[in-house]
Design a protein around this ligand. Structure first.
Ligand code: SF4
Length: 469
């Protein structure tokens, strides 16, 4: 792209969130894609009773089904990656895995109400486009023959632009996919070499052209800030490059450095090329300035969308929801995750599959649901879940409305939590309104800090690795 040929400008962001606030609140807090967060799940499967969690989901008036399929294979390892993946170039590994998914469906589907419609189908990874055209076609047949899909089902796929051809796009369109999310991360050649993911901008342009020509109506681009060799200036060029692709949505994530959990990240410590915290915070500020200035609406933590995108519309109309895939417009759906590490969410709780392929496969061979851990929600968990998700999606609490919904006096029962917001109020992150509390525009990057004050498990020793910024 032309912008990558320009001389390196010294970019000085117009600071609208004080660096002192960003530094002060840059402490580990969960991302709240669930409550309790997944690091609090228990491995006591006998107490969890996974089959009951599914059977109890078939209640009168229960909502639609959202399916997530984890496709873990990648042809090479990106050194920053925090996902559950398996590195291989053996294409037949995906055939064996499709056999596994058939086994898992055979154990799960009979426990489910057969008339409930699938309204969302999401392929994530790993790399879904590791699968060949024929393998993707088989994947579509497996799920569509096992579950009734609604005609308007939203079918979305995560795409690695380095591994995408016209045949795969054709298979995805046959499946009904209209939404794609492209992993770009950064377009700077030095950063790409440092993270072991070489992906020239021309590959991104080719992928977008293939997808648009095939009729994909929504394209998201994922970026990460805080990677090795990144500076505010290189990240500014990356943002310019991806804006040139005309995405409908952008996700801008903070790099999570957890070498204890992800050994490949140790190489960054050995090379000593990670940006300092101030540089990283300036990149976050840059994204929060550049993207709105380019016509995108900040949806919530890390996400941006065009104003007419359904995510932006849902945010304006209080219709936003949060799940393990991030923000969603579909309310009330039970989530059924298939494949290694996939998490399922039903009204009574969460269950997560084994992360190791061998253990996952062993459970299937024994004819058992391949669940490694999970959580049964208590009534108190459910109330806090609603409060935390309301803060994450709507950025405010209306005490009277919430009290009616939760059947408790919210201002009284959670008086201690509300009092604990005093420092956030003093820093202009939260304000008291006549009817409740509201997170300010300045406070938006700290929404997780506010939510964390209502997390009853925060003080009980669960280790959290994600920083607020
Ligand atoms: S970033 Fe994506 S392609 Fe790279 S290793 Fe992780 S899952 Fe695989």
């Amino acid at each position: 792209m032309v912008s990558s040929l320009l001389p390196d400008p010294v970019y000085i962001p117009r600071v609208h969130v004080g660096m002192d606030l960003l530094r002060k609140y840059n402490v580990p807090v969960p991302r709240y894609t669930s409550y309790p967060p997944a690091n609090h799940f228990s491995d006591d499967i006998a107490a969890l009773r996974p089959a009951d969690l599914i059977a109890n989901d078939n209640r009168p008036g229960c909502g639609p089904i959202s399916i997530y399929v984890h496709l873990p294979f990648c042809q090479s390892r990106c050194w920053f990656c925090g996902c559950t993946n398996l590195i291989t170039t053996r294409q037949s590994a995906a055939d064996d895995y499709l056999d596994d998914l058939e086994e898992e469906i055979a154990l799960t589907a009979p426990l489910m109400d057969p008339v409930r419609r699938v309204t969302q189908f999401h392929l994530g990874g790993g790399t879904p486009t590791f699968l060949s055209k024929a393998q993707l076609q088989r994947l579509g047949r497996i799920f569509k023959s096992a579950f009734p899909f609604a005609p308007e089902a939203e079918i979305a796929v995560e795409i690695d632009p380095r591994h995408l051809d016209a045949g795969q796009v054709e298979a995805l369109r046959e499946m009904g996919a209209r939404r794609a999310s492209l992993g770009v991360q950064d377009t700077d050649p030095a950063v790409q070499a440092a993270i072991h993911r070489v992906q020239p901008p021309a590959m991104n342009e080719r992928a977008v052209t293939l997808l648009r020509n095939a009729g994909f109506t929504s394209i998201n681009v994922d970026l990460i800030y805080g990677l090795p060799k990144q500076t505010v200036s290189t990240f500014a060029r990356t943002i310019d490059d991806v804006l040139g692709l005309g995405p409908d949505r952008l996700s801008v994530f903070s790099y999570a450095h957890v070498p204890g959990l992800k050994p490949a990240q140790r190489i960054f410590d050995q090379q000593g090329n990670l940006p300092g915290i101030d540089e990283k915070l300036r990149m976050q500020i840059l994204a929060r300035e550049r993207l709105p200035a380019s016509g995108y609406v900040e949806i919530g933590m890390d996400h941006y969308a065009r104003p007419n995108d359904e995510l932006a519309v849902a945010a304006r109309e209080s219709g936003l929801h949060r799940n393990f895939q991030g923000y969603s417009t579909r309310a009330g759906a039970s989530i059924y995750g298939f494949g290694i590490s996939a998490i399922s969410t039903t009204p009574d709780g969460y269950r997560q599959n084994h992360k190791s392929l061998a253990t996952y496969r062993m459970a299937l061979l024994k004819g058992e649901l391949p669940v490694a851990r999970g959580w049964r929600l208590t009534e108190e968990d459910r109330r806090r879940q609603v409060i935390i998700m309301r803060l994450m999606c709507e950025h405010r609490l209306d005490f009277a409305a919430l009290s009616r919904e939760l059947n408790v006096d919210v201002a009284g029962v959670y008086a201690g939590e509300l009092a604990s917001l005093a420092d956030l109020e003093a820093d202009g992150i939260v304000v008291r309104t006549g009817t409740g509390i509201e997170i300010t525009d300045t406070g938006l990057p700290f929404v997780r800090m506010v939510a964390a004050r209502f997390d009853a498990y925060r003080t009980r020793g669960a280790v959290c690795h994600a920083r607020a910024v």
